[in-house]
Design a protein around this ligand. Structure first.
Ligand SMILES: Cc1cc2nc3c(=O)[nH]c(=O)nc-3n(C[C@H](O)[C@H](O)[C@H](O)COP(=O)(O)OP(=O)(O)OC[C@H]3O[C@@H](n4cnc5c(N)ncnc54)[C@H](O)[C@@H]3O)c2cc1C
Length: 475
């Protein structure tokens, strides 16, 4: 291991003055993430501005046995990007690598730097009359390298898929500092193993994503947003099946919003108004969009009719203007803020086969509520993808260690039920550090061996995001 002073001198020489932060105050913001979790003080923060500089820093760390962790926009929810306390790490932030390298509206592709903020990618696509459909609450801050590394999903997965389906090529700095250049803008390429897929969802444990070729789509010309009131989750699922058919494959979002979430949203954003006169136990926030002439109003009205007839729908509002549509989507954003305002809670992103969601929801809600009557269950999310944020707010007033113990107990209980339904403990946020022990319990021996083998192959010294996904040292 090199001394701290030598490390600072060598990295300064590689990155220049703006490229390295070593002062505690300057490094403060690289220790915290969106939910407010706080990591340890990093060794330093490297801020390279080119792929070559990333490769030089990683190669230096490889030669000197220095662990490092890549950071994007700090919106990850499982602690993966936070510096570790046990093994002081160098933070490598991609925040200066923000170039849109090339937009090709004929090939429907775009090449970008790994540090591009998602919103700027969406804006650049729109400027070329195209659409990059990944949409999530953190799009104003999360970076495409983070989106790739967490295989982000978001609101439009049911129509466009997750990042795995949206990436055509990648540029990755490997843990030994070599550059894997897979920046091909090909829609079809069947030559051997699909290496880019290894790095998608790897949460920085196999390399640093410095560039990506993204798939674009024709820009939607018309879209419609509706909020529908349903009597229960069974009805929501019935409505979902009707909506997939009534909307002719044009459905882009189908989100479950329980009444508790609407109330949390109104608490967080007092100017929000209850969109329907009579309260309902659950709502669906849905959107349909088309890039050409399509009578979306007629499709949605037809869905309303069929939904009422089937008893799946009791009330609803179809936004009549863009402002009204935006206001409905504000509910979705504000309810996240409302939960955050309630302090530390169990945050999950489980998935269950869609047809089993109602049975799962009923069993999990009852079991949790019976055992812990003072806890509040808030289950919302991308129900059209079988993905629920089944979150639990602990009762207020608990001491920190009491709350931590309760949250752990609740998580174990919930994940046990997820397992009974053959579900997944993470549909989109990933494993990071917070979900590691639960994840390891779900792995079969062959799965663990393959994952461990890949990590050994690419990062035998376990310097790249050590302790995320797999434990450190990997045995
Ligand atoms: C309000 C809100 C809403 C959200 N909604 C969704 C949602 O709908 N769907 C969803 O999937 N997620 C959602 N998330 C989670 C989060 O936004 C995503 O996981 C996002 O992809 C993380 O990107 P980031 O740039 O912030 O990454 P960070 O938080 O900085 O890092 C996340 C992980 O990726 C690694 N990493 C970051 N950049 C790189 C890189 N260039 N190369 C290699 N590894 C890297 C980090 O080491 C870490 O392990 C939401 C988060 C918030 C706060």
């Amino acid at each position: 291991m090199t001394t701290r002073e030598a490390l600072f001198d060598d990295l300064s020489a590689l990155l220049g003055k703006r490229g390295l932060l070593t002062d505690g105050g300057d490094m403060e913001r690289y220790r915290v993430d969106w939910p407010g979790y706080r990591g340890a003080a990093p060794l330093a923060v490297a801020r390279p501005s080119t792929t070559r500089q990333v490769a030089d820093v990683v190669s230096y760390c490889h030669r000197h046995d220095i662990p490092l962790v890549p950071q994007g926009g700090h919106s990850g929810l499982v602690g993966g990007a936070l510096p570790d306390a046990d093994y002081p790490e160098l933070v490598l932030s991609l925040e200066r690598m923000t170039a849109i390298r090339h937009v090709d509206p004929i090939n429907f592709t775009m090449s970008v730097d790994g540090g591009c903020v998602l919103q700027s990618i969406k804006d650049a696509a729109a400027a070329a009359d195209c659409d990059f459909p990944l949409s999530l609450g953190a799009q104003g801050s999360c970076q495409i390298g983070g989106n790739v590394s967490t295989n982000a999903g978001g609101l439009n997965v049911l129509r466009y898929g997750m990042m795995r389906q949206l990436v055509l090529g990648l540029e990755v700095v490997l843990p030994d500092g070599r550059i894997y250049n897979g920046m091909k803008a090909l829609h079809k390429n069947n030559t051997g193993y699909d290496l880019k897929q290894l790095f998608i969802g790897a949460e920085g444990t196999l390399g640093i994503v410095t560039g990506a070729v993204l798939k674009l789509f024709p820009r939607p010309q018309v879209s419609r947003t509706a909020l529908l009131a349903c009597p229960d989750i069974d009805a929501v699922l019935k409505l979902y099946a009707l909506a997939r058919r009534s909307c002719c494959d044009l459905l882009t979002a189908f989100e479950l919003v329980p009444r508790t979430c609407l109330e949390l949203a109104m608490e967080a954003l007092p100017e929000l108004r209850d969109p329907l006169e009579t309260p309902s136990p659950v709502y669906v926030l849905m959107e349909a969009a088309a890039s050409g002439p399509a009578d979306l109003d007629a499709m949605i009205e037809n869905l309303f009719e069929r939904g009422f007839e089937a008893g799946a729908l009791t009330d609803g509002v179809l936004a009549s203007s863009e402002t009204q549509a935006r206001n409905l989507w504000h509910i979705r954003e504000a309810m996240l803020e409302g939960q955050r305002n309630r302090g530390e809670h169990l945050r999950t992103d489980i998935s269950i086969p869609i047809s089993s969601l109602s049975a799962f929801h009923e069993r999990a809600s009852h079991e949790i509520q019976d055992l812990y009557p003072q806890a509040t269950v808030i289950a919302y999310g991308h129900i059209g993808d079988g993905n629920l944020h089944f979150n639990i707010l602990p009762p207020p007033g608990l001491e920190a260690d009491e709350r931590a113990a309760l949250l752990h107990e609740l998580e174990e209980r919930l994940f046990g039920i997820v397992d009974d339904f053959d579900g997944s403990i993470s549909a989109e946020h990933g494993i990071g550090r917070f979900k590691q022990s639960a994840f390891l319990e779900t792995l079969s021996e062959p799965e663990y061996d393959i994952m461990r083998g890949l990590k050994h192959l690419l990062d035998p010294r376990c310097l790249m995001s050590p302790g995320r996904i797999l434990p450190r040292p990997i045995d």
